[in-house]
Each structure stands twice: as structure tokens, then as C-alpha cells.
Design a protein around this ligand. Structure first.
Ligand code: ADP
Ligand code: MG
Length: 467
């Protein structure tokens, strides 16, 4: 039999095994950690470590044997072979590209369906997300059929990740034989960079191009790196040429990225581009009702109305508010009255939105260093401005639930890598208990960075209603 024929047989055996043992177990034990190969006298399963070998041997071998005998004949045999961590680009090249077993395990965890919480069943549909919901559902049911590329875009906390994960979970249930991969733009970028440096780019490509549905969350991350953009474009073209599907999320419409290069921009814009907006009142009310039910919290309709009316910005904030109410009423054993809830909502931090929180961080930090907010947002390389700017970026990430690209957009920076690096730098300095110095009012000052940041945080907490 030729290579293509054997390959087909392998895929068939895999899908039979997946059906037999269930998609989620199949994905856990076989997708990343084992590779099927048709050999002369039957099937050889190559596994990456002894633990996986034993586990498959003890739990699934009988079923695999049944499948193999069905497909290859009654005398066919099954061999389990330990191939160790991949080293030369040959072994386990199909679905795994990690250089070391430890990294492999971490990545697999992230891609396991059990780790993806979002489900269509828990998604409340309203005017602001109806089209996005329908489009995601369409991909999950008939991947690649209606459109090859779906781009969901919208601000933070509006349900992008929830929908992307729902697609993966639904695929596992409805099309267990289809391979999908869920990855964040950041992970994709990091893995690509590592693959280039480490010389296993072929394995990296194999891993991404051999899936039926590729899902990349927060693709903004990719948008800032030319080489990663190119790689993504190639991956995308390969997947499209094979008639498969790609789903991505971003914080903005592709045309609003100044950093996207021509071909990728064209590509993304040519997909099905759908916006997720802030939920309307009825959607918010229904989300609250369902969340309260899930938490087994008994909350009056009147109270839910009040929260739905007051907390309007995004779903993440809505969930935060509900959690707080439940916590306060349970811990303090107080009934949730309209008065109490009004007070609690007024106290909620950040006051109205991540956007206004970031605005306050800029102003408070500027004041601390006797700078203007504009100076902080500028490109000045002045020592004091650079320090203040780093602190702003660090605090923006600490005090909001926004992603790096969202923060970078709100601060008016071109590249979110600026934010990523600033945060890393500040964290390192805090770990080193570093002292910083700056000039203000014609004098040079110095203090422990920790103290400076504490001061700013205290002031932020004291000025809930804006500076
Ligand atoms: P994004 O990725 O757009 O920042 P997420 O998908 O992480 O937002 O959503 C934030 C939170 O709100 C998650 O807990 C998610 O489950 C929930 N959520 C968002 N939209 C909805 C919705 N329409 N119905 C139910 N829960 C939602
Ligand atoms: Mg998200």
C-alpha cells in the first residue's frame, strides 16, 4: 500500500478508536501523546513516555485491538512503542511539536476540552451577539462549509473566548474524528519563535496545518510581529486550501490594526467578520439570572433588575458584581435589599469600566511624577516619563481584566509588546526590591519601586469617583 493509503487507514483507525472510547478521552491520551502507524503486521502506537504507554496498555488496548482487527483483519496485532521525547523532527510529528515532555504536558492541558469552559448552552443570546453566536455555531456544525474564516471581534469581557471555546467543545461532541486546536495568539507566537530558534519549524507547521479547525484567541498578539504574521498567513492558506476552517478573535476590526501587513489584512477582512457588542439590558438580566441559578443563590428579581440596569459595560463586570453580592450576603448573612445592593454597586472597583480605570491610573501616576497625562502617552524617552509609563502599564494589567492588546489600545500605543515588556520589567524590579530615581520640580528623587507603586495604588483606591 502507498503512503497515502496507509495514512488514510491510520486516520480511519483513529476515528474508530475515538468513537469507541469517547472523544474527550481520545483527545487526552492520543491526540498529542501518541501516534498511530500502520505497519506490516498491524498497528504500531508510538507514545512519548512510559506513563502514557502504561496507561494506554491498561485502559484502551483491548478496544484498540478490536478496532484494528475490524479494519486490518483478524490476525492484525497492536504494538505499543516508546519513542521518547521527539528529537529529530521525525517522531510524533503529526500533532505535537514540543521540544520537551514537560512543555508538552502543559500545552496539552491547555488544549484539552475539559479545560475549555465556554459552551454554547451557557451563552445568552441577545441583539449584540446574535450574529456572532450563529456564525460560531455554524462553524462548529459544518466546519469550512459556509465560510473558511470567522473573525469575532469586540472589547474585553464580551464573550469572544466563550464562543471560541464553545466551538471546540461542540466539535468534540459532534465531530469527534475532526481535529481542532485552540491556542491563544500569544501561545502561537511563542511557539513559533521557539520553533524558529530551536529548528523544529517543520514540526510546528505540521501541528497547526494538520487540524480541521484552528482556533486562535486574541489574534492581536500576532498582529504585531511581522514574521509571525507571515507564518500565520501561510498556516491559514494551507488550512484553507485543504477546505478546513479557521476561527479567530481580536479586539478590533482587522482594518483598525495599523500594524497588520497587506496580505494578512486582506485575508482577515475577507473572512466572515462579526462584531460582539456590549450586551443589552435583557441579555444582562438573563445572564444574571442564569449565573445566580448556577451558584444556587436565591436573589430577588428586583435585585437582579437593579444590577442589570447599573452594570452595563461587559459581562465580566456583570459577573464580578454578582459574585460580590453573593459573597457579601453569604458572609455577612444579610438579606440583599435594594439599599444594600445600591451601596455595594457604588463601591465596586473599578468604578465603571476598565477604560475609566486605566484613565485614572494614567492621571494618578502622572500626578505622582509631576507630569501631564499626555506626556505619559507620548514617546518621550526621558527617564522619568519612561518610569511613569512602565508603572501605568503594570498597574493597568494588575487592576483590570483587559488583555495586553486591549491595554495597549486604550493607552494609545502601537505595539502591545511594549506593555508586555514593561510589565515583565516592573515585576522583575519588584522581585529585586529595586530602587528607582526620577526628577521632578528640578530635584532628583529616589525611592523603592514598591513604595512608589503602593502610593499610587492607595491614591487610586481613595479616588473611586474620578480624580
Ligand atoms: P472576551 O474573551 O470577549 O474578553 P469572555 O468570553 O472571556 O470575554 O467573557 C467574559 C465572561 O463573561 C466569561 O465568564 C463568559 O463566560 C461570560 N460571558 C460573556 N458573554 C456571555 C453571554 N452572552 N452569556 C453568558 N456568559 C457570557
Ligand atoms: Mg478573551
Amino acid at each position: 500500500m502507498d503512503a497515502a493509503g496507509t495514512e488514510k487507514l491510520c486516520r480511519h483507525i483513529e476515528s474508530q478508536v475515538a468513537q469507541r472510547i469517547g472523544p474527550s478521552r481520545y483527545r487526552t491520551w492520543f491526540s498529542d501523546a501518541a501516534r498511530f502507524r500502520v505497519v506490516e503486521d498491524g498497528l504500531q502506537i508510538e507514545v512519548c513516555n512510559d506513563f502514557v504507554r502504561r496507561w494506554i496498555d491498561n485502559n484502551y488496548l483491548a478496544e484498540i485491538r478490536d478496532v484494528v482487527r475490524d479494519v486490518l483483519g483478524p490476525d492484525a496485532r497492536v504494538h505499543l512503542r516508546l519513542v521518547g521525547p521527539p528529537q529529530d523532527g521525525q517522531q510524533l510529528a503529526l500533532r505535537s511539536a514540543e521540544p520537551q515532555p514537560a512543555r508538552r504536558a502543559a500545552t496539552r492541558q491547555k488544549t484539552r476540552p475539559a479545560m475549555l469552559r465556554g459552551r454554547f448552552e451557557n451563552f445568552v443570546v441577545g441583539d449584540a451577539n446574535r450574529v456572532a453566536y450563529a456564525a460560531a455555531l455554524e462553524v462548529a456544525h459544518q466546519p469550512g462549509r459556509t465560510f473558511r474564516l470567522l473573525v469575532l471581534y469586540g472589547g474585553c469581557g464580551l464573550g469572544k473566548t466563550h464562543l471560541l471555546q464553545s466551538v471546540c467543545n461542540r466539535l468534540s461532541e459532534q465531530h469527534p474524528a475532526l481535529g481542532w486546536r485552540y491556542v491563544s495568539g500569544e501561545e502561537f507566537t511563542n511557539q513559533f519563535v521557539a520553533a524558529v530558534r530551536g529548528g523544529w519549524i517543520d514540526r510546528f507547521r505540521g501541528r497547526y496545518r494538520n487540524v480541521d479547525v484552528l482556533v486562535i484567541d486574541d489574534v492581536d498578539f500576532i498582529a504585531n510581529k511581522k514574521a509571525t504574521q507571515d507564518e500565520f498567513l501561510h498556516t491559514f492558506n494551507a488550512i484553507e486550501a485543504a477546505g478546513k476552517a479557521v476561527v479567530v478573535s481580536t479586539s478590533r476590526h482587522p482594518r483598525q490594526f495599523s500594524s497588520l501587513t497587506g496580505p494578512l489584512l486582506d485575508r482577515l477582512s475577507s473572512g466572515m467578520v462579526v462584531r460582539l457588542g456590549p450586551p443589552d439590558y435583557l441579555t444582562r438580566r438573563e445572564i444574571l439570572r442564569r449565573r445566580a441559578e448556577q451558584m444556587h443563590a436565591r436573589i430577588d428579581g428586583e435585585i437582579l433588575d437593579l444590577v442589570a440596569r447599573r452594570v452595563t459595560r461587559n459581562v465580566r463586570q456583570l459577573e464580578g458584581a454578582l459574585l460580590k453580592l453573593v459573597a457579601v450576603s453569604t458572609l455577612g448573612q444579610q438579606p440583599l435589599t435594594v439599599e444594600l445592593v445600591s451601596t455595594l454597586l457604588a463601591e465596586q472597583q473599578p468604578p465603571r469600566s476598565a477604560e475609566s480605570m486605566i484613565e485614572r491610573i494614567v492621571r494618578t501616576t502622572a500626578r505622582r511624577f509631576q507630569l501631564t497625562p499626555d506626556r505619559i502617552r507620548s514617546r518621550s524617552r526621558d527617564r522619568t516619563v519612561v518610569l511613569a509609563r512602565s508603572i501605568v502599564m503594570y498597574l493597568s494589567r494588575e487592576k483590570t481584566s483587559c488583555s495586553f492588546p486591549e491595554i495597549s489600545r486604550l493607552l494609545g500605543f502601537k505595539h502591545h509588546s511594549t506593555v508586555v515588556m514593561a510589565r515583565q520589567r516592573v515585576e522583575q524590579m519588584l522581585r529585586d526590591e529595586a530602587t528607582v530615581s526620577w526628577s521632578a520640580g528640578g530635584c532628583t528623587h529616589s525611592a523603592a519601586l514598591r513604595d512608589v507603586i503602593d502610593d499610587i495604588e492607595r491614591e487610586l483606591d481613595a479616588t473611586v469617583d474620578g480624580p
